[in-house]
Design a protein around this ligand. Structure first.
Ligand SMILES: Cc1cc2nc3c(=O)[nH]c(=O)nc-3n(C[C@H](O)[C@H](O)[C@H](O)COP(=O)(O)OP(=O)(O)OC[C@H]3O[C@@H](n4cnc5c(N)ncnc54)[C@H](O)[C@@H]3O)c2cc1C
Length: 468
């Protein structure tokens, strides 16, 4: 075990805050984790578990304790739930299951409908999602392209496009800092809520997630009813070529996509309308990425393109036809595959969210407010167009209100910037560090937003990010 002093954390948090860990250690297996926890106990240090650092707000003064960077890896696909010894959950008993389980690598997927996938906490979340989709397993696809690690996905109960990770979790294996023992706990024990779990509360703070078991389906149903996904599939060409067109780094992939679509339609010539639609996509896209390298390579089509471009009326008519067709085919024949849905979600997310590898961000900084029916009715009197969705399974109806709507349409704060901090232009729920922002600056800015929302709507909004 190699404990470092005063480790810089700038590159280890996506908010890009300059901070230092007083003590820092990377753990790659359970023995190292035990040693690290022993070190913290001996030196009376608080423990901070770090995954991908994509949901933490670090103090400028540094982290006064031992930061344990979780890098325990491993993914196992169990062919059948029967292959796995049933744990006794009633007492959440202390177990030593790691050695036994490591040998149980059932990488062959057989007849059972449910496949259990066991992933270690240090695995990159999106690598896991990708692997499950490659194996044709349903359950994690809507959570594609969320940054971070498997361990933190449980802590945060990550969610996107109508799915939360709790929906597919069977059990979680945790290391108890107090006892230095490992135990398995169920979803019920985890007390999942909206971006919340027991691991964020005082009762669960001493638990480090080490492995998670997901029950995934071999023949599942895709969840595509979320507005953004619907819009994407209903009118893919428009989406790609609209003002929301992906930024430069995506242009190659999209150009390739569109070229493929265009040339395959040319080859088949089975369906005139789809051929026209493909051509239309291609033309629109050419305009959008005129200066891109890849587009220049497609000069073989240029004379044809120029000719067609002259007739705006035909263009508009073709576009109308293609929209109608896309809508009809989507509702009548929803043949979207797991991979297509993942690709769609990746494109939607790249378009809507900042690239965390380049811009300081933690994604949604705030949680969407949840209100009672009475609160909702009052709000609707004032803002009749306020979107709202039924939330949770409690007997008393609750409603989630998209905070992005309040920030954008009611408070008109989308894209505002104060010094080094601001709200992202495409998604106001996302707070951005434009460079060198400190903890103080970010917190002050966020508190101002909280105040404005309270003054205007009476709603209290909470941080989604975890403060260290
Ligand atoms: C651009 C962007 C988009 C995002 N989109 C989404 C989204 O769509 N949906 C969503 O839910 N989130 C989203 N997030 C937030 C973030 O990706 C998730 O919360 C993610 O799960 C954090 O993972 P991490 O490994 O980076 O956690 P970290 O930031 O390292 O840690 C987060 C918290 O979890 C604790 N923790 C980490 N690992 C463990 C462990 N093994 N055991 C116990 N505690 C642990 C940490 O101590 C900390 O308190 C987004 C973030 C960014 C930057």
């Amino acid at each position: 075990m190699n404990v470092k002093n005063n480790q810089e954390l700038f590159d280890l948090n996506t908010f890009k805050i300059k901070s230092v860990a007083k003590y820092f250690v990377v753990v790659k297996d359970i023995d190292e984790l035990k040693q690290a926890v022993d070190f913290a106990k001996q030196n009376q240090l608080p423990v901070f578990v770090l995954g991908g650092g994509s949901n933490i707000l670090l103090s400028d003064e540094g982290v006064n304790g031992l930061v344990i960077k979780m890098e325990i890896k491993g993914i196992t696909f169990l062919s059948s739930l029967r292959d796995f010894p049933e744990p006794n959950f009633s007492t959440a008993q202390l177990v030593e299951p790691l050695k036994n389980l490591a040998q149980e690598n059932h990488d062959s997927l057989v007849s059972s409908k449910t496949i259990q996938v066991i992933a270690s906490a240090g695995e990159i979340w999106d690598d896991l999602v990708k692997q499950t989709i490659e194996k044709g397993l349903y359950g994690l696809e809507n959570l594609s392209y969320i940054p971070g690690t498997v361990g933190a996905s449980v802590v945060q109960n990550i969610g996107a496009y109508g799915v939360e990770v709790k929906d597919v979790i069977d059990w979680v294996e945790v290391f108890d800092i107090k006892t230095s023992k490992i135990k398995k706990v169920t979803g019920n024990f985890c007390d999942f809520g909206y971006r919340d779990s027991i691991f964020k509360k005082s009762e669960g703070k001493n638990l480090i997630v080490i492995r998670v078991a997901f029950n995934l389906q071999k023949n599942g149903k895709l969840k595509t009813d979320y507005k953004d996904i619907q819009e994407y599939f209903e009118n893919k060409s428009f989406w790609i070529t609209s003002s929301q067109a992906p930024r430069k780094d995506d242009s190659k992939a999209i150009v390739d996509d569109e070229k493929l679509c265009f040339s395959s339609s040319l080859r088949k010539k089975k369906n005139f309308l789809s051929f026209l639609r493909a051509k239309r996509n291609f033309l629109l896209f050419l305009r959008e990425v005129e200066r891109s390298e890849t587009t220049k390579q497609s000069s073989v089509f240029c004379p044809f393109v120029r000719l067609c471009e002259r007739s705006e009326a035909i263009q508009r008519f073709l576009f109308f036809c293609s929209s109608l067709r896309a809508k009809r085919s989507n509702s009548e024949n929803p043949k979207t595959t797991l991979k297509e849905l993942r690709n769609a979600i990746i494109k939607i997310r790249k378009n809507k969210l900042p690239d965390w590898k380049k811009i300081g961000t933690v994604g949604s900084f705030f949680k969407n407010p949840i209100v009672t029916e009475e609160q909702l009715n009052k709000l609707l009197e004032k803002y009749p167009e306020l979107p709202h969705y039924k939330s949770g399974v409690s007997d008393i109806p609750q409603f989630k209100i998209p905070l992005a709507y309040i920030l954008d349409k009611i408070l008109e704060l989308k894209g505002i910037k104060e010094g080094n901090v601001g709200l992202y232009e495409n998604q106001p729920l996302v707070l951005v560090n434009f460079g060198n922002a400190t903890f103080e600056e970010i917190k002050n800015f966020a508190q101002k937003i909280q105040k404005k929302v309270k003054q205007e709507t009476g709603l209290d909004i909470d941080f989604e990010v975890v403060e260290w």
